[in-house]
Design a protein around this ligand. Structure first.
Ligand code: ZN
Length: 134
């Protein structure tokens, strides 16, 4: 009888832990759902056309060289910036890291522009691309 009672209490403990584990897992799942996970991308334009599109969400730290130009872009902590650019004003470098959809960084002398977009907000449809297409 004693053993049986101990077994039950142990089972209760297991059920309790299982319930806690389940609620934690559910909490993680729901927090993931309600945080509206979006994919943020950086679109690099060169001379008015898309040079490269980089998925910033989950992208590891990286450096991207624009071929034919002394333009180096750096990706850090899911954000992008002009890192080392040969241009007279260096306004592009002063912009710093951008990673919020809608943010832009432009290097006018090299005709390179970076626009941050998300899968929920597509500037291609809003016509924002026309701004830097000139
Ligand atoms: Zn520049």
């Amino acid at each position: 009888m004693k053993n049986n009672r101990r077994f039950i209490s142990r089972l209760d403990l297991i059920i309790l832990f299982a319930a806690i584990a389940l609620s934690v897992m559910l909490g993680l799942v729901f927090s993931g759902v309600f945080s509206e996970k979006e994919t943020v991308s950086a679109v690099i334009y060169h001379g008015g056309s898309v040079y490269r599109r980089i998925n910033l969400t989950g992208h590891k730290d990286d450096r991207i060289k624009i071929e034919g130009h002394e333009v180096l872009l750096e990706i850090k902590n899911h954000r992008i910036a002009f890192a080392d650019t040969l241009c007279p004003d260096r306004i592009c470098e002063r912009t710093g890291f951008i990673g919020t959809p809608g943010q832009t960084a432009v290097c006018a002398p090299n005709r390179v522009a970076v626009i941050v977009i998300s899968d929920k907000h597509n500037p291609d449809k809003d016509g924002e691309v026309d701004v830097i297409a000139t």
